[in-house]
Design a protein around this ligand. Structure first.
Ligand code: GLU
Length: 427
């Protein structure tokens, strides 16, 4: 691994590392934390990071080894919570940053959780279903030391889904000798999953975009929307924007970027992708280059893929009014400054994509009480929580004259560090 760790104080080597981006965000919030700033070092390290070796039997009879991680950034406000991603670019640096963003996200929306994240460095498309299941089960066993319904609760993230969560739940349950549905969220409905969970992140992106657009004086109906990423977050968000009367003029998935000035038929594109196609071979769209994609004229741009996508160069050219972060960490701090100077509002990830973990929280509560809510109840509560959280962020931004991101960090870090202070140091 190219990066280095000294104790739990992690020193990243590359300036664009997600952990480095997170640290810069913490530096920006520190002057606004008053007396709690004395605890800020707490936020600049992970409480606990576990790196595991995951050996699996391949179908061809060979043995393959994969690297896996689970980082628990902060547990001051409750058990760890955050997804697990399967991606070839996963590093310990990335997982640490993602766990820290979960701390901030959970506190910004006031869910009773700390922040955690996991990942395996793997391209799941290269594995058969059996290999994927063995990988998931061995990973779950290895991190079984630190997860549990009252310790740390994983969930889906990039390239993981309800089937992976079912295998994780089953493996953990087998190891402890009792069915423990509350150990993961984002499960299939038949196994204690929650209605509305699969759509929740995309729905949250839509809700926060709608509210912010309204405050900027425009409606979703009649607006032009570009979405980068066409997975569980970007795909659902695009569908909801279209259903609300927006014209989706640009999309991008792993196959590349596509555009249609008159509007893309999002439902047909989703069906096409679900049956094994890609956006590039979808009819009714024109392939565009990456740089053209970032310059498509829009009212709302939703980065819903990976970190470090909205760079300085792209921030200087992007032709939109509102950026709503579906992905975690898509915008670099330098790009944030450029967008701010250009008058482009950014709804930060820790609010914009918090819908997923909010319904994860509902799922966990339902599992504990073995009493399940209707989809309407879930969507109504989700709407209420996100609208209130966003309102508080906008209010804080106005009061401190800072960006929505720094405002969300002020609210969240104040909650985390107040808990830190009140609990005191042990021993
Ligand atoms: N992976 C999602 C996120 O980044 C959801 C996490 C969860 O539900 O615990 O917010």
């Amino acid at each position: 691994m190219a990066n280095s760790i000294s104790g739990l104080s992690y020193v990243p080597n590359t300036p664009s590392s997600p952990w480095q981006v997170y640290l810069q965000q913490v530096d920006r919030v520190t002057p606004h934390l008053g007396h709690l700033a004395r605890w800020v070092e707490t936020l600049k390290r992970c409480k606990r990071v576990l790196a595991v070796d995951i050996p699996i039997n391949r179908d061809d009879g060979t043995v393959a080894h994969f690297e896996g991680f689970r980082a628990q950034h902060n547990l001051s406000r409750g058990p760890g919570k955050g997804g697990v991603r399967f991606h070839p670019d996963v590093t310990i640096d990335e997982v640490m940053a993602l766990s820290a963003w979960m701390t901030v996200k959970n506190a910004a929306v006031n869910l009773p959780y700390g922040g955690a994240k996991g990942g395996i460095r793997v391209d799941p498309r290269q594995l058969t279903r059996g290999e994927l299941e063995r990988l998931t089960r061995r990973y779950t066993s290895e991190i079984g030391l630190i997860i549990g319904p009252d310790k740390d609760i994983p969930a889906p993230d990039v390239n993981t889904n309800d089937q992976i969560m079912a295998w994780m739940m089953d493996t953990y349950s087998m190891n402890v000798g009792a069915t423990a549905t509350g150990v993961v969220t984002g499960k299939p409905i038949a196994l204690g999953g929650s209605l509305g969970r699969r759509e929740a992140t995309g729905r949250g992106v839509y809700i926060t975009a709608r509210e912010t657009a309204r405050s900027l004086g425009f409606d979703i109906a009649g607006s032009r929307v570009v979405v980068q990423g066409f997975g569980n977050v970007g795909g659902i968000a695009a569908r909801l924007f279209k259903a609300a009367g927006a014209t989706v003029v640009g999309l991008q998935d792993v196959s590349g970027a596509v555009a249609n000035d008159a509007g893309i038929d999002v439902d047909a594109a989703l069906e096409h992708v679900a049956s094994g196609g890609t956006l590039r071979d979808f009819k009714g769209v024109t392939p565009v280059s990456e740089s053209e994609f970032w310059q498509i004229k829009s009212d709302i741009f939703v980065p819903a893929a990976l970190e470090n996508q909205l760079t300085e160069t792209r921030a200087s050219h992007i032709a939109t009014r509102l950026v709503v972060e579906g992905a975690n960490g898509p915008t670099t701090p330098a790009a944030d400054d450029i967008l701010h100077e250009r008058g482009i509002v950014v709804v930060p990830d820790v609010i914009a994509n918090a819908g997923g973990v909010t319904v994860s929280y509902f799922e966990w509560v339902q599992d504990f009480s073995s009493f399940f809510w209707t989809e309407t109840e879930i969507n109504d509560r989700l709407e209420r929580i996100l609208v209130e959280a966003l309102k508080a962020v906008v209010h804080t931004a106005e009061k401190h004259k800072v960006s929505l991101r720094t405002a969300a960090f002020i609210i969240a870090c104040t909650r985390v560090l107040a808990a830190r202070e009140q609990r005191g140091l042990y021993p």
